[in-house]
Design a binder for this molecule. Structure first.
Ligand SMILES: C[S@@+](CC[C@H](N)C(=O)[O-])C[C@H]1O[C@@H](n2cnc3c(N)ncnc32)[C@H](O)[C@@H]1O
Length: 281
């Protein structure tokens, strides 16, 4: 058993109980609106706390760290994962670029596109040719969880169970972020819209994969890309599992997969509850 655990922040711990209570007494529609409002305010505050912390250390930071912090601040509104997930995505792209690991970048679970965008921006500032970016999502939000996702009646240690349609990112908004706002190269980015169950098994890469980022929350949404794409990942390439310690099904899919491959990779924490490992062979 590895030690990768979910460490909810202080605010999460404080608001969890009142929110569970409100969920019981409020009609669903009011509760969802309230939650969305709290989440927006929370993200706004966290983003500026991040900025203040960055500025307070500014003169002591390396050029690379300054760029990383600027990217994180810029993309914070477009991610559900927070600063640690963005920083980890930055670090993983730097690692594959510096080590000249061959292949494209793949994200399965894009939502509003924040982590996809930081990976593309990081590659753009590296001394390495522009990589292709393959982005898979329903762009209709999450599917329903299956029985594989539940442990003691819960799918994870969240304030509320995630429902079908949650974590929605619209494809038009992602395109606007990537191509209009960030001016990324359209010919290098492929958006694959649809359920992983339909799109992934038939998708053919014409190159290797350097980074596979899995952020689909559920068992099937983790297992399908792992099983279909693992063979295409370069040796030395990276697999990131954003929900390893937060979603029980995602962890189960990864643990089962690793137990069935001969090289036993070492899972490392991203500091928030996600994990990553390097493909050995
Ligand atoms: C937690 S969000 C991704 C967060 C994103 N990486 C970010 O930076 O904020 C999960 C995403 O996975 C997608 N997803 C999950 N399971 C899926 C499936 N089976 N097929 C297609 N999309 C799926 C959802 O539509 C949702 O956008």
């Amino acid at each position: 058993m590895n030690k990768i655990t979910y460490n909810p922040g202080v605010v999460n711990k404080i608001v969890k109980k009142p929110l569970i209570f409100l969920k019981k007494i409020l009609p669903d529609i009011f509760f969802k609106s309230l939650l969305s409002f709290i989440h927006t305010v929370y993200k706004f505050i966290k983003r500026y706390i991040y900025l203040i912390s960055f500025l307070s250390k500014y003169f002591f930071l390396s050029k690379e760290k300054k760029i990383k912090c600027m990217f994180v601040f810029k993309l914070f509104p477009f991610t559900m994962g927070g600063s640690k997930a963005l920083e980890n995505a930055f670090d993983m792209i730097r690692y594959v670029d510096e080590n000249k690991i061959e292949g494209g970048i793949v994200e399965c679970g894009v939502a509003e596109g924040g982590t996809s965008a930081i990976m593309a921006l990081t590659n753009r500032i590296s001394n390495f040719p522009t990589r292709n970016l393959y982005l898979f999502d329903s762009f209709e939000g999450l599917p329903s969880p299956t029985s594989e996702d539940f442990l003691n009646g819960k799918t994870g240690d969240f304030i509320r169970p995630l429902d079908k349609g949650d974590c929605l990112g619209k494809i038009e908004d992602v395109k606007y972020l990537l191509f209009e706002k960030l001016k990324l190269n359209v010919s290098k980015i492929k958006l694959v819209k649809g359920w992983f169950q339909d799109t992934i098994p038939i998708f053919k890469f014409s190159e290797k994969i350097a980074v596979l980022r899995l952020d689909g929350d559920w068992y099937d949404s983790t297992k399908i890309p792992l099983e279909n794409f693992f063979g295409n990942i370069s040796v030395g390439g990276v697999i990131i599992i954003d929900d390893y310690a937060t979603c029980y099904g995602s962890r189960k899919a990864v643990d089962e997969f690793i137990s069935n491959i001969s090289s036993k990779p070492e899972l490392k924490p991203d500091g928030r509850g996600g994990a990553w490992f390097i493909k050995k062979a």
